[in-house]
Design a protein around this ligand. Structure first.
Ligand SMILES: NC(=O)c1ccc[n+]([C@@H]2O[C@H](COP(=O)([O-])OP(=O)(O)OC[C@H]3O[C@@H](n4cnc5c(N)ncnc54)[C@H](OP(=O)(O)O)[C@@H]3O)[C@@H](O)[C@H]2O)c1
Length: 235
C-alpha cells in the first residue's frame, strides 16, 4: 500500500503520518513539508519538500512516485502573521482572498491534475481533501471569515467536480472532502478561546476518525462531504 500525505508537517498531517506508520505496517508513506521537516523518522516514511501551490513542485513529486492507494491533502491556511480572517466584509482584502484561494483550492487542483494516473486501479483508491464545514453554503448560519469560507466552498466544488469527472475515468477511486472539526493545531490556536473543551479535538483523534472513514468508504461514497464523525455535511 502506498499513501501520500500533502502537508505532513501540519498538526493534522503529522498525526496522519504517525497513525499510518502504526496502523498500516505494510504501507510506504510519502509525506510532504513546506518549511520544517517533522521529526518522524521511519524507514517507511519518505519526506519531500514541496510548495503545494507550485505546479512545478507537484509535477516533480508526481514524476517520482509511480502509483498510490491513498492521497490526502492536509495542507491549508486560515491566517497569516499579518492578517486574521475577516469579521466583516468591510475588512475584505484581495491579497488575503487570493492567499486563501492559493493555499486552500489550487493545491487540490494540481494534485488531481498530476496524480489521477497514480490512483487508477482495479482496487479501491482514495483522493481526499481536508476541507471545513465553514465551506458549506447550506450550513452557513453565522457568516464571517469570508475569504477562508469562500476558499473552502471553492475547494468543495472542486472535489465534487473531480468526483464526477473521475466516475468514469477512475471508477474505483473514492473522492471526498473531510471536515476535521475544531482541532488543536497552529491553524486554530488564535481562535480556540470560545471552543468548549469537548469540541476541541486532538490531531490524533481526528486522524483516527479519518482512518475509520477510509476503512468504511466505498467508491459509491465518492462526491460526498464527510464530517469527522462519519456523518454527511450538505455541500
Ligand atoms: N485545525 C482546525 O481546527 C481545522 C478545522 C477545519 C479545517 N481544517 C483544515 O485542516 C487542514 C490542516 O490544517 P491544520 O489544522 O493541520 O493546520 P496547520 O497545523 O497549520 O498545518 C497546515 C499545513 O499546511 C501546510 N501548508 C500550507 N500552505 C502550504 C503550501 N503552499 N504548500 C505546502 N504546504 C502548505 C503547512 O506547511 P508548513 O508548516 O511546512 O508551512 C502545514 O503543514 C487545513 O486545510 C485546514 O483548513 C482545520
Amino acid at each position: 500500500m502506498k499513501i501520500l500525505i500533502i502537508g505532513g508537517s501540519g498538526g493534522i498531517g503529522t498525526a496522519l503520518v504517525s497513525l499510518f506508520v502504526t496502523s498500516k505496517p505494510e504501507a510506504i508513506i510519502y509525506a510532504t513539508y513546506r518549511t520544517h521537516r517533522p521529526l518522524i523518522e521511519n524507514n517507511r516514511v519518505r519526506w519531500y519538500q514541496l510548495d503545494a501551490t507550485s505546479e512545478q513542485d507537484v509535477r516533480a513529486l508526481a514524476n517520482s512516485i509511480t502509483s498510490l492507494d491513498i492521497l490526502i491533502n492536509a495542507a491549508g491556511s486560515l491566517h497569516l502573521p499579518s492578517r486574521k480572517p475577516e469579521k466583516s466584509v468591510n475588512e475584505f482584502n484581495p491579497d488575503f482572498f487570493n492567499h486563501n484561494i492559493q493555499s486552500n483550492v489550487v493545491p487540490t487542483m494540481y494534485l488531481a491534475k498530476y496524480f489521477a494516473k497514480h490512483l487508477k486501479s482495479k482496487q479501491g483508491t482514495y483522493f481526499i481533501a481536508i476541507s471545513a464545514r465553514i465551506g458549506s453554503i447550506e450550513d452557513n448560519k453565522i457568516g464571517g471569515w469570508i475569504s477562508y469560507r469562500c476558499s473552502k466552498a471553492a475547494l468543495n466544488m472542486a472535489i465534487k467536480t473531480i468526483s464526477i469527472e473521475w466516475k468514469h475515468k477512475l471508477p474505483n477511486c473514492c473522492v471526498f472532502a473531510f471536515h476535521p472539526g475544531t482541532t488543536d493545531t497552529n491553524l486554530s490556536k488564535p481562535f480556540q478561546r470560545n471552543v468548549p473543551s469537548n469540541k476541541l479535538f486532538t490531531s490524533d483523534y481526528v486522524a483516527y476518525c479519518l482512518l475509520e472513514l477510509l476503512d468504511a468508504a466505498e467508491p459509491t461514497d465518492s462526491g460526498k462531504f464527510f464530517s469527522y464523525d462519519g456523518t454527511e455535511i450538505p455541500w
